[in-house]
Design a protein around this ligand. Structure first.
Ligand code: GAR
Length: 191
């Protein structure tokens, strides 16, 4: 039987697209569902050429267990948060222990926590004149960005790098490594 991935995103969805393309021709892993909390999320359009429908859900169904039940019925092996901005609740963590992973656009534990997402992270990295940044892929627990780290990769920064340049460097790492780490986890390899 194929292993099943469920993806959640809140915005642009370039990582979701990259992951879907990576597994498109994989005979042992399939995308069981893609979900967003944002009816205007770019991810909805992005997946049209791939013939993958993105399901939009509302806050209530996220909080009252309806969405969790729906996702449980898909029997996913892994739930992947790729630019998903809502805090995962306890019932999700209990239902899927060590089966929910998130990507964070910095080297955790630096630049994590509430409000630290997307451009805000890169802006803080720039303001602190960091000489490097990177990506962190981690298990999700009940605290923002504090679950066990699975994988990190660094990239050097130049003092003149703009926040956009930093974002581009980080996205390149995400595209190169996130699908591979997912693949390793599903194959029970060490990423
Ligand atoms: C990614 O860089 C991801 O690491 C970040 O949002 C971006 C989504 O881009 N996630 C967070 O900041 C989570 N705290 P995308 O929608 O184009 O994949």
């Amino acid at each position: 039987m194929k292993q099943r991935i469920v993806l959640l995103a809140s915005g642009n969805g370039s990582n979701v697209e990259n992951i879907c393309r990576f597994f498109e021709s994989n005979s042992s892993i399939e995308i069981a569902g893609v979900y967003t909390n944002n009816p205007k999320a770019g991810v909805i359009q992005r997946l049209q050429p791939l013939d993958i429908q993105v399901k939009v859900f509302e806050r209530n169904s996220f909080l009252d267990g309806t969405l969790l039940s729906e996702i449980q019925s898909l029997k996913p092996d892994l739930i992947v948060l790729a630019g998903f901005l809502w805090k995962i609740t306890k019932d999700w963590v209990q239902a899927f222990p060590n089966q929910i992973i998130n990507i964070h656009p910095a080297l955790l534990p630096k630049y994590g926590g509430k409000g630290m997402y997307g451009g805000y992270v890169h802006q803080a990295v720039k303001e602190n004149r960091e000489s490097e940044t990177g990506i962190t892929i981690h298990y999700v627990n009940e605290a923002y960005d504090e679950g066990a780290i699975i994988f990190q990769k660094k990239v050097s920064l130049h003092p003149n790098d703009s926040t956009e340049t930093i974002a581009t460097k980080v996205h390149q790492l995400e595209y190169a490594y996130f699908p591979k780490v997912i693949n390793s986890l599903l194959n029970k390899e060490r990423p």
